[in-house]
Design a binder for this molecule. Structure first.
Ligand SMILES: [Zn+2]
Length: 375
């Protein structure tokens, strides 16, 4: 059976279903990030309750702590973390390449670097990454790719594209966990020729899905969306399309409109750790004194565990006192906000109304951002 069913389109935007061993994932799908085998502070049952359909795990961190072989011995990542829904694991490449001062060398088999855990020299080849993800037993494994920083020279970027394809070829037929899907990743930054070439080369390898990597690594956002606008439709239409590393409300709507099916970001939980809530009134910084006596929930229309029971004043108190419950409730709310936004977009695509859904959402978010600045 194909791993993807396209159920509706609206312009370039798509609604569909990714079929995995641990269940179906309706798309567009926002994937909460559980880097170290946990979405920070949140219980798996709560993730289900707020509408999570797929989680992201991290090959790099789980390989070093507690070890992918240990996790395999204990029955795989699903059993280990008590989550029996779909899991996508990233390859570890992003961590290796984003922690640049730990990078020692890149060659045609893989990458050498220093572990962030103990500084020891470590090696991650394309085949290592495939083996680690097979051990974790994720539903979707990502190819190891060369994820270069923004503003690389043309020559270095070309080398990254070439190597990404060489690695992808090696991983295509590498051993997998039972039923595991594997996605390829196209690189090439915003360079028209290199991005096209990378997409063609990766698409030709016929992976179960395809990702655009290296587009959310610090380049100008307008340029990123412009690139996405022509690059996304070049990806095979019959397979899921994953945009790596976006998760702010505006960004989610922009990538969905351009034909992306899956995306992930640490933003909702990271924002929670800074004491901020994502709402239809914009981003609320609960440390602000104006919430000290505010009896309202974060969002009148939100059905999350924070909004159905607690006031802004109480949440502010928890955040100011660095109480763990505050962090947990804010994480749940922020995740729910993005999951709801994404689910709403899916429904809008099915009705053929994504354009107005997006315009209305952006207007609400912009209005309140302006109001917030005026305060
Ligand atoms: Zn809420």
């Amino acid at each position: 059976m194909s791993s993807f069913t396209l159920t509706a389109t609206d312009g370039e935007a798509r609604a569909g279903i990714v079929h995995t061993t641990h269940g179906d994932v309706p798309t567009p799908a926002f994937m909460p990030v559980g880097t170290k085998g946990t979405v920070k502070t949140v219980h798996p049952d709560e993730l289900t309750a707020i509408g999570t359909t797929i989680l992201l795990g991290n090959a790099y961190h789980l390989h070093f702590r507690p070890g992918d072989e240990l996790i395999a011995e204990l029955g795989g990542l699903h059993r280990f973390m008590g989550w029996d829904g779909p899991i996508l694991t990233d390859s570890g490449g992003f961590q290796v390449f984003s922690l640049r001062d730990t990078l020692l060398g890149v060659d045609d088999e893989g990458v050498t670097f220093r572990s962030v855990y103990d500084g020891s020299a470590a090696r991650l080849s394309a085949l290592d990454s495939a083996r680690i993800q097979a051990n974790l037993g994720s539903d979707i494994a990502m190819c190891l790719d060369v994820c270069p920083p923004a503003n690389l020279s043309h020559r270095d970027l070309e080398d990254a594209v070439r190597r990404t394809t060489v690695w992808a070829r090696g991983q295509r037929d590498a051993p997998r966990a039972p039923g595991q899907l594997r996605f390829g990743i196209a690189q090439g930054a915003s360079d028209p020729d290199l991005r096209r070439r990378s997409i063609e080369e990766i698409a030709e390898l016929d992976f179960d899905g395809n990702a655009l990597g290296g587009l959310s690594v610090g380049e100008d956002r307008a340029q990123m969306f412009e690139t996405l606008e022509w690059a996304a439709p070049l990806l095979p239409a019959g397979k899921p399309r994953y945009f790596m590393g976006i998760g702010d409300p505006e960004g989610i709507l922009e990538v969905i409109e351009r034909g992306i099916d899956m995306f992930d970001c640490v933003l909702p939980t990271r924002t929670a750790r800074t004491g901020s809530a994502l709402t239809w009134e914009g981003r609320l910084n609960l440390r602000n004194a104006r919430f000290a006596r505010d009896p309202r929930p974060l969002d009148e229309n939100c059905a999350c565990p924070a909004c159905t029971r607690f006031s802004r004043a109480y949440l502010r108190h928890l955040i100011n006192q660095q109480e763990l419950l505050g962090l947990r409730l804010l994480s749940l709310h922020n995740l729910r906000f993005l999951l709801d936004l994404t689910a709403g977009a899916r429904q809008a695509i099915e009705r053929g109304e994504l354009r107005s859904y997006k315009a209305e959402a952006l207007a609400r978010l912009a209005d309140t951002a302006a109001a917030e600045e005026a305060l």
